[in-house]
Design a protein around this ligand. Structure first.
Ligand code: FES
Ligand SMILES: [Fe+2]
Length: 340
C-alpha cells in the first residue's frame, strides 16, 4: 500500500489510505461520446476509458497486456472493443482480447484487468478497490423527474482526500463560519446503513440579490461511500429545488479531482415549470451560487490536516459518527457493508 499523503515536513496529512474503496466518477456521460477514448488517472493507475459504438462505457488499464503500448495514445474503438495502436489487438469491455492484428487466435493470457463501470444519472462511475475485490454495493439510480439538465464543473488536482470532502457535508460547524449560513438546524440526525449515510438540516442565508427575500433552505445529504454523494436542496423561500452531486475522485495519491454537478427544478407553484426552462432562466445564477460555496471550501481542504481524534465542541456536526462510518472504506477494513 502507498504511504499516507504527507504535508509540509513529511507530516502525514491523512492517517488513512489514499484510495478508499468505492465508486468514483471517471466522466460525465455527455463528455464521452460513442467511440471516444480518454486517458485518466484513478487510484494511482493510468487508465483508458472508452465508449463502444453501441454506447457502452468501459475502463481498462492504459497499457496493453500484449506488449505494453499505451491504449490511450492512438487506440481506436472498433465495434465493442478498443484496438491497440501497436499490433492491433482488440479488447472488449471485460478486458478480454477478442482479436489480434494478424487474424490469429488471441492468446488466452492476454487479458486486461477491466474495472467495473456503472453509468447512471449522467455519470460514469468506476469501482475502485486496491485489493481487487468485486463491488458489494453501488449507488442507486436517482429519479431526476422534473429536473433540468446537469450543469457540471471540475476542480482538478485539489490536494485533499475524498474523506475530507465528504466529511464537509456533515460538518455543521463550518457552515456558518465558512459559508455564512445562519440558524442551522438539524432536521434529521445522521443515519447510516452500510455504505449509505444521510442527514438533513435547514438553514437561512441573506438574500443573494438585494431587495429579494432571505433564503431558507433544507439540505438532505445522501452519500454512498466517500466518492459519491448528492445533496437535495429544497429552497423553501423561493419555490425551487436543486440537486448537487459532489464526486471526489482520488487520482495520484496526493490529489483529488472534485467533480460537481447540479440540476434545478421548481417546487410548489413553480413545480409545473419544466426543469429545462427553469434552468435557462435561473440555472446559471444558481449554479454559480453552488460553485461559490465549493470555492470557499477549497483553500481549507487544500491546507488542513486530519486531526484524529478531533477536539469537538457543542455546535460541531456528527463528526465522530461520520468517521466511524467512513472506516469501512479503508481497503483493509475487515468487512465492507457492515450496517452501523
Ligand atoms: S502492444 Fe498492444 S497489441 Fe501489441
Ligand atoms: Fe463547505
Amino acid at each position: 500500500m502507498l504511504p499516507p499523503m504527507t504535508g509540509a515536513g513529511g507530516r502525514a496529512r491523512f492517517p488513512f489510505h489514499p484510495f478508499p474503496t468505492g465508486w468514483y466518477l471517471v466522466a460525465f456521460s455527455r463528455d464521452l461520446r460513442p467511440r471516444a477514448v480518454r486517458t485518466l488517472k484513478l487510484a494511482g493507475e493510468e487508465l483508458v476509458l472508452f465508449r463502444s459504438e453501441s454506447g457502452r462505457a468501459a475502463l481498462l488499464p492504459a497499457h496493453c497486456p500484449h506488449m505494453g503500448a499505451h491504449l490511450g495514445q492512438g487506440g481506436r474503438v472498433r465495434g465493442e472493443a478498443l484496438r491497440c495502436p501497436m499490433h492491433g489487438f482488440e479488447f472488449d469491455a471485460q478486458g478480454s482480447c477478442v482479436a489480434t492484428g494478424y487474424g490469429t487466435r488471441p492468446p488466452p493470457k492476454c487479458k486486461a484487468q477491466a474495472l467495473t463501470v456503472l453509468e447512471q444519472n449522467g455519470l460514469v462511475l468506476a469501482y475502485c478497490d486496491v485489493l481487487g475485490r468485486a463491488p458489494e454495493w453501488q449507488p442507486p439510480e436517482v429519479d431526476m423527474q422534473g429536473f433540468g439538465p446537469l450543469r457540471t464543473h471540475v476542480f482538478a488536482g485539489l490536494p485533499t482526500h475524498p474523506q475530507e470532502t465528504t466529511e464537509n457535508s456533515v460538518d455543521i460547524g463550518h457552515l456558518g463560519v465558512v459559508h455564512g449560513y445562519e440558524d442551522v438546524r438539524t432536521l434529521e440526525p445522521l443515519r447510516t446503513e452500510g455504505a449509505y449515510l444521510t442527514t438533513r438540516y435547514a438553514f437561512s442565508r441573506r438574500a443573494l440579490v438585494p431587495g429579494t427575500p432571505a433564503v431558507r433552505a433544507e439540505f438532505t445529504i445522501h452519500a454512498y461511500g466517500l466518492g459519491y454523494s448528492y445533496v437535495d436542496v429544497d429552497v423553501v423561500s423561493h419555490g425551487l429545488r436543486s440537486r448537487h452531486f459532489v464526486l471526489a475522485t482520488p487520482t495520484d495519491g496526493e490529489h483529488v479531482d472534485l467533480h460537481v454537478a447540479a440540476c434545478f427544478a421548481g417546487r410548489g407553484k413553480l413545480a409545473r415549470v419544466p426543469g429545462a426552462l427553469l434552468d435557462r432562466v435561473l440555472g446559471a445564477v444558481m449554479f454559480k451560487g453552488f460553485l461559490s460555496d465549493v470555492i470557499q471550501d477549497v483553500p481549507i481542504w487544500s491546507n488542513k490536516i486530519y486531526v484524529q481524534p478531533p477536539a469537538l465542541a457543542q455546535g460541531d456536526g456528527p463528526i465522530g459518527r461520520y468517521r466511524s462510518w467512513a472506516r469501512q472504506f479503508q481497503p483493509d477494513a475487515l468487512a465492507l457493508n457492515t450496517p452501523s
